[in-house]
Every structure is written in structure tokens, then in C-alpha cells.
Design a protein around this ligand. Sequence first.
Ligand SMILES: Cc1ncc(COP(=O)(O)O)c(C=O)c1O
Length: 392
Amino acid sequence: MLQEGAGRKKITYFDNACQTLRPKQVLDAINQYYLKSSACSGRSMHQLAAEVTRECDQARVLVAKFLNAAKKEEVVFTRNTTEGINLVANSIGLQKDDVVLISDKEHNSNLIPWQMMARKHGILVKIVPSRPDNTFDLDAFEKLLDPKVRLVSFGWSSNLDGVTIPVAEIIKKAHQNGSLVLLDAAQSAPHHKANVKALDVDFMAFSGHKMLGPSGMGVLYAKYQLLEKMDPFLVGGDTVASSTYETCEFLPPPEKFEAGLQDYAGIMGLGAAAKYLMDVGFDAIEKQELLLNEAITAEIKDIPRLKLLGPADPRLRGGVVAFTLEGVDSHRIALMLDQMAAIMVRSGQHCVHSWFNAHQIKGSVRASLYFYNTMEEASLFTSSLKKIGKVL
Ligand SMILES: Cc1ncc(COP(=O)(O)O)c(C=O)c1O
């Protein structure tokens, strides 16, 4: 992984929930576009354009394989998870008094779009409370399921504490209720196998930059029959087969949702990232993250004043170790880890302000791991944190 810039000493990168590092294969795919076939896809007839069209199509095939989608046309390229969620919010025809269920731990990207729909169209947003240990409460969810619930939209794995929710049961119960399901997979797609066909999920949004891919590149997966019925959210060039001064004929999905000139290099980079992760394999990814999380949790759990966010058991927190240290500002800890040992973590409210405000917590420190992190890095982190715990 590329992480050592010119003249910079070795870093320990534990901010993977924000953005991961990239392998050479991804950079090569991005460069290949700019160096070899820097042209428009689809629009022109010449050989460069044909090459771009072919490469982008190949990337879509790779992403569809990554998700086990029924067909590549179920993969809509977006800029990021946020755009995918906004697309669903604005395109499924939500009406006044329709209910959207979310959890009490959603990232702003899976909260604010629904708040806007409430403000503009009079939908109701209902919150499923988590259990006291921050795990998903299936009973509370079931109690809120009623015929008014058009959509349930949950973060598959939490960026707050790493907790993964029981998506198979949730989808089954939602479908029995006649509700659609959208998964915010920003934090799960990089770490856990997503088999959209087996799960029967309706929508799933995720971002390239959290799974080794380029930033500004994301995916909305959606069942094809839903995409066919949905109106596009952004419209314009490349979304239509033809137009008159009065009207237009939209292209079939996914094109009708991909307005304007696309990030071709980003698409190719994302395809390379999906391939890289499939080659590494999710068993190996989960195994390494757990190994590291177990080692870190065992070492830090007894630091005085330290409180882990989420369940104590690292097996329930994937690659995330989030905590507060009573009486100490989270940003101060993050800065000290960086200054003392070049360890990069994130601090603050992690775009989950609603949860922090509700719990009256100012912020947390979050170490988020990925499969390329090592035990040596884990011990540097725990020994540095112990020192910080003593001096602050
Ligand atoms: C759970 C979750 N959802 C959504 C997002 C938003 O992702 P993006 O900024 O790539 O749209 C993030 C980013 O951190 C996240 O962790």
C-alpha cells in the first residue's frame, strides 16, 4: 500500500473508516485512463472512445461480481455513498405521511436526506433505538414496522463503533411488511462480503475511497426492476436517448441515473479496487481485523478512565476501536498519537452528531483498522495510548 510520502517517516494508518490507502493496481488503473485513453465513453465513434467504453463496462462487471448482482445494469456509478442515498430518497416517489425507519446511530448521510424529505414532502422519519450496548434491537425495529413504513434505511456497519447489524433478518422482516430496504454499506462493503442476490436487498450505497478505490467515486446498487420504475434524480446529458423542446426519452438504467460526463478514471480505479478485494478475500480481511482488534482491546480495556464505545467484545466491532478517555478532549489524544508515534486516528463526532448530542458526549477517538495493518502497529498504538493515559 502506498503510504510513505517523500521524506516522511513510517506512519501507522488507523483511519481506514475515513479513507483507506490504495494499492498500486488501483493507481495504475487510474493512470491508464489519463495516459492511454483519455477520451469520452459512449459519445464518440473513434477508437479511444471505444476503449474507454470497454474499460468502464469491464469495471461495472467487476463491481457487479463484487456484489453478486444479478446483472451489471444494477450497478449505478455515483460520487459516493451520500449521493446514492440522496438518489434513492429523491427517486422512489416518497409521499406525505410515508414512514422511513432509520436507527439512532446513522451517519449524517443517512439522516439528513430523510430530514429534507420530511421538510419538503411531509414524510415521517422514525428512529429505531439501539440496545444499551449499541447493538441493533430487532424487537424495537419490529415494533415500529407498520404498513406506513415505505423504506427502512440502516447503516450495515457503524462508523461510530464498528457494530454490524443483522441485515438478513432485517430485510426479511421489512419485506414481510411490504417495505423496501436501503443499506448504507459505506463501512461494510470494504470489510464484509455483500451478496445482494442472497440478501434480496433492494438498495445498497457505498464509496470507493473506503475500499482501496479512488475518492469521489461510489456505487448505488439497486434491483433492476426498481431502477426501471424510478425517476432519475440528476438529469441532463447522457441520461436520454433523445429529446424535443418539450420532452425527452430516458435511456434504460443505469444510464438514466448517470448524468453528465463520468469520472472514467475513477470508474476504472474502482473496478481495480473491487478486483483487488476479491483476490484478497473477505475471510482473510475479517480474520486480520479481528486479530488486531482483539489484541488492541485486550491491552487498552483496563486503561483508567477509558470507555469503549459499543460492545466490549471485539468480535462485534469489526475493525473499529472507538473510545473516550474521561476528562480529555478526543482531538488532543489524536494529536498526541500523531506527534508521539505518527499514528493516524480520527477524533470528534465522526458525522454522527445526532448520537453524540443525544448522549451528551463531546467526541470519541476512533482507531479503524484494515487488513494491511500489522500486529507491530497495534502494539505501537496500545503502548502509545497507555503513555498518553498516564500523562493526561
Ligand atoms: C456509515 C457511513 N455512511 C455514509 C458515509 C458517507 O460516505 P461518503 O462521504 O463517501 O458519501 C460514511 C463516511 O464516513 C459512513 O461512514
